[in-house]
Design a protein around this ligand. Structure first.
Ligand SMILES: [Zn+2]
Length: 349
């Protein structure tokens, strides 16, 4: 059929050549090469026990001498199980990332994913500091269930994590993606999801009214100033950039730097200066009736601790100091030390 193929190179010839080559190789291995080469149809050379190549190739006598050596079976070579070595699996969390869009609110974002707003803090610890991080374009880690994603630290144990968040150990183990198997080893630089936990938010406490009132008079009789119980906006702008929620205990109002800030109600200044916990230049007024108001990120401060101010008095000017990503005022209302929604006090937001 094919002219190029030479008659002497038939497929059958190839087969014979290959067979011969194979038999010669076998014969060499077993030291019977000469016998195997005599005839193509010769039965396979007698099976010898496997021995080392060196002795077989050199002398048949040597190979015969090692035939009786017990041949180890494969199973005997398998590594024995070492019961004291435990290699556990590491946590495998399926996290989503959400980029904050204009007009988003913590509750709105949480609703989109079927989680609580507090869980936004659970996946994003940076949100628990006073700042405007929940702004357009910021990427948030979204946890699949409500809880806190805990960064495992050296020395952490399941018990210590359970105690910290007030969640039973069994609940943490029971969350399958944590991949916790007996003996429940924790690995640094991994993260354990603590279902149902809520990340704590650091709350800075200003000086007490008593501590500043005591030094404000020379007579020892401390004048008591009590607020009207009503509150006004500290600035004229209503350009709200962040509202009150668990992760942000006040309201942010954007406006140009240097705008006058007024006392929301009558009271005594208990703090006026730089605050290292993110507020920047901060004024706190204690209203003598359980209420305190905070004015943060200021440029200018016109009052001193112990000073009495009246509702509407100018106390400072707006700025962009501390954890601030743009000129705005952060305004807080606290009642008996607890942060409350300022919108409820100033007539709505
Ligand atoms: Zn703020």
């Amino acid at each position: 059929m094919h002219d190029e193929i030479k008659p002497r190179r038939s497929p059958a010839g190839y087969v014979v050549l290959v067979l011969l080559a194979g038999l010669m190789l076998l014969g060499w291995r077993f030291g019977v090469a000469g016998k195997a080469a005599q005839a193509e149809d010769a039965p396979p050379a007698p099976v010898a026990a496997p021995v080392s190549d060196a002795s077989a190739a050199d002398s048949p006598a040597a190979s015969a001498a090692v035939v009786d050596v017990p041949v180890p079976i494969d199973v005997a070579l398998a590594p024995a199980a070492v019961p004291n070595t435990f290699v556990g699996r590491k946590p495998e969390h399926e996290l989503q990332v959400y980029r904050v869009e204009r007009g988003d609110t913590p509750n709105g974002i949480a609703d989109k994913f079927g989680i609580q707003a507090t869980t936004l803090l659970g996946g994003n610890p940076q949100l628990s500091q006073e700042s405007s991080l929940l702004q357009t374009g910021v990427d948030l880690v979204i946890l699949p269930v409500d809880g806190v994603l805990h960064d495992v630290q050296p020395g952490d144990t399941l018990e210590s994590i359970a105690e910290r968040y007030g969640i039973p150990v069994e609940t943490i183990i029971g969350y399958a993606p944590n991949n916790l198997e007996f003996p429940y080893r924790l690995y640094p630089e991994t993260r354990i999801l603590v279902p149902g936990a809520i990340r704590e938010v650091f709350v800075w406490t200003p000086p007490s009214l008593e501590s500043v009132r005591g030094g404000s008079t020379g007579s020892g009789i401390t004048p008591l100033v009590v607020g009207t119980g009503t509150f006004i906006y500290p600035v004229g702008s209503r350009n709200f950039t962040q509202y009150f929620w668990y992760g942000h205990p006040g309201i942010d109002i954007a406006l140009g730097e240097g705008t006058a800030v007024v006392a929301s109600d009558t009271g005594t200044v208990t703090f006026a200066g730089w605050n290292i916990y993110g507020y920047g230049n901060l004024i706190v007024i204690n209203h003598g009736n359980g209420y305190e108001t905070f004015y943060a990120h200021l440029n200018g401060i016109n009052v001193v601790p112990g000073q009495v101010v009246y509702q509407g008095n100018v106390i400072g000017s707006t700025g962009n100091t501390g954890n601030s990503s743009g000129p705005h005022i952060h305004f807080e209302v606290r009642i008996n030390g607890a942060q409350d929604n300022p919108c409820w006090y100033v007539g709505g937001c």
